[in-house]
Write a protein that binds this ligand. Structure first.
Ligand SMILES: C[S@@+](CC[C@H](N)C(=O)[O-])C[C@H]1O[C@@H](n2cnc3c(N)ncnc32)[C@H](O)[C@@H]1O
Length: 211
């Protein structure tokens, strides 16, 4: 679906189209110049608002950024109240994106992975799995939520941003409800939120707690 130019959705689309068209790390760096992209910051705020005191009182919070791109979630984490209290790993399909993220030195592990396939990490590795800007327009299907839940420790969080274009038609809403119905997760929230600063629409910020 395309959106009228100048609208919030069109600005979100501009970011996504540029992200998916990346050919190398210099382009990935220039992507960061696109101002007003709010999803990583809002995702980190959502994690902070939903993390339990039990999780915070244990060792450093182990976080996986799935579809990490150039590492904008890591940047936001480092500027948040979680600074110094987390260990961050990232996976992404694009070596160009990963190269930029690697230069920042923010992540413990950065690996190439296709989110439409099994992610080669043990069950329950992470306290939190986040995914921002990647669940959109059919690039990654809703079955990835099963993998995110598998990788998350009991009582841990899955925090994913799902673009409006695929929320229902792409099967994400149905898959989240199925995971709840089979007792894999509790749905904490699926609030609408703004992908671009100063807006409140464009996607869902989904918060799931692993049962
Ligand atoms: C719009 S960018 C978002 C990057 C970052 N999370 C952010 O918010 O800035 C989408 C990312 O999803 C990655 N991606 C797309 N399809 C993927 C797949 N099948 N498996 C893993 N990563 C994928 C792209 O390489 C790109 O880095």
């Amino acid at each position: 679906m395309s959106h009228p130019s100048g609208t919030t959705a069109a600005r979100g689309d501009e970011y996504l189209q540029r992200a998916y068209a990346l050919a190398g790390s210099s382009e990935a760096q220039s992507l960061q110049q696109l101002k007003g992209y709010a999803s990583p910051r809002r995702c980190v705020e959502t994690v902070i608002n939903n993390i339990s005191s039990t999780q915070m009182s244990s060792d450093k919070l182990k976080i996986l950024d799935a579809g990490c791109g150039t590492g904008l979630v890591g940047d936001c984490l480092a500027q948040s109240s979680l600074a110094g209290k987390f260990v961050l790993d990232g996976v992404d399909l694009s070596d160009g994106m990963l190269a930029v993220a690697r230069k920042k030195g923010m992540c413990r592990e950065l690996e190439t992975a296709n989110l439409n396939e099994r992610i080669e990490k043990p069950d329950g590795t992470y306290a939190v799995v986040v995914c921002v800007g990647t669940l959109t327009k059919g690039h990654v299907g809703p079955k990835v939520l099963v993998e995110f839940a598998r990788l998350t420790v009991k009582s841990g969080l899955v925090v994913v941003r799902v673009h409006d274009d695929v929320w229902e038609s792409g099967g994400f809403k149905a898959e989240i409800e199925r995971l709840r119905d089979v007792g894999t997760v509790e749905i904490v929230s699926t609030a609408e939120f703004g992908i671009i600063e100063e807006t409140s629409a464009g996607g869902r910020m989904v918060v799931l707690r692993k049962i």
